[in-house]
Design a protein around this ligand. Structure first.
Ligand code: MF3
Ligand code: CO
Length: 253
């Protein structure tokens, strides 16, 4: 059996993990409100994942201390929830993973706190739609570069930039498996996509104030990743399974 190809039983476990991730993210989405602390979102995620008999995959991963990543405005990924208070107009990226019967699901959404600026709304829409463009390009018999280039072309056509220093990934028993899934590149290159492969596709887009507005910087806590130029960022992610009929979204809300 080729590396990374899941059998029917494994795919069933990943569907269950994906469903838990989708349900928890949906609850988090409707919980986001002005005045709340980001740590309250973590408490909700922890409670809801355990209520479903699953485990939060991020907690303890390389020492990460929380169940969910909460990244606000110019923060891109890996924000540790804490005392920060959400304000109207903020955009909040929520990244969450769960393990069911030894298999992983991983997904992310970005949501506005009340009404947000036109730029912020456009960035969120473009990021979500670039993910869907990538998923539409994920077909058995195609190449990984088809996915990467579909995301990049969509994002840049909307006037946004794609983060290059972080990527999506294969997923299964481990959160991070081969291959890396970049959000930029050329069609027709890279590994062949095969039925049974499971991938986490996760575009991170920035509003980019400068030509290299896709660049990132790391926070002092060793986790937080923000835009180097301070521009807004958004992040959407789904875990998908490649099938002969196209990609099946395992974390669809
Ligand atoms: N979705 C993120 C990823 O694919 C989750 C990792 S955050 C960590 O890398 F906290 F678990 F490290
Ligand atoms: Co991921």
């Amino acid at each position: 059996m080729s590396i990374g190809i899941k059998n029917a039983k494994e795919l069933e476990a990943m569907r269950r993990a994906g469903r838990v991730v989708a349900e928890v993210l949906d609850i988090l989405r409707s919980s986001v409100s002005a005045g709340m602390k980001t740590r309250e979102l973590d408490a909700i995620a922890e409670r809801e994942v355990r209520r479903r008999g699953a485990r939060p995959s991020f907690k303890g991963y390389r020492g990460y201390p929380a169940a969910v990543c909460v990244s606000v405005n110019d923060e891109i990924v890996h924000g540790i929830p804490g005392e920060r208070v959400l304000r109207e107009g903020d955009i909040v990226s929520l990244d969450f993973g769960a393990i069911v019967d030894g298999y992983q699901g991983d997904a992310a959404i970005t949501v506005g706190v009340g009404p947000v600026s036109q730029l912020a709304q456009g960035l969120m829409n473009a990021t979500r739609e670039s993910l869907m463009a990538g998923i539409a390009a994920a077909r058995a018999g195609g190449r990984l570069g088809d996915v990467s280039s579909a995301v990049q072309r969509f994002a840049e056509a909307r006037g946004f930039m794609v983060v290059r220093e972080y990527t999506g990934h294969g997923i299964g028993r481990e959160m991070h498996e081969e291959p890396l899934v970049p959000n930029f590149g050329d069609p027709g290159v890279g590994p062949e996509l095969k039925s049974g492969m499971t991938l986490a596709i996760e575009p991170m887009l920035t509003a980019g104030l400068t030509k290299d507005g896709w660049r990132t910087k790391q926070g002092r806590d060793g986790w937080l990743v923000s835009t180097a130029d301070g521009s807004l960022a958004a992040h959407f992610e789904h875990t998908v399974a490649i099938t002969d009929g196209g990609a099946e979204i395992l974390t669809r809300i």
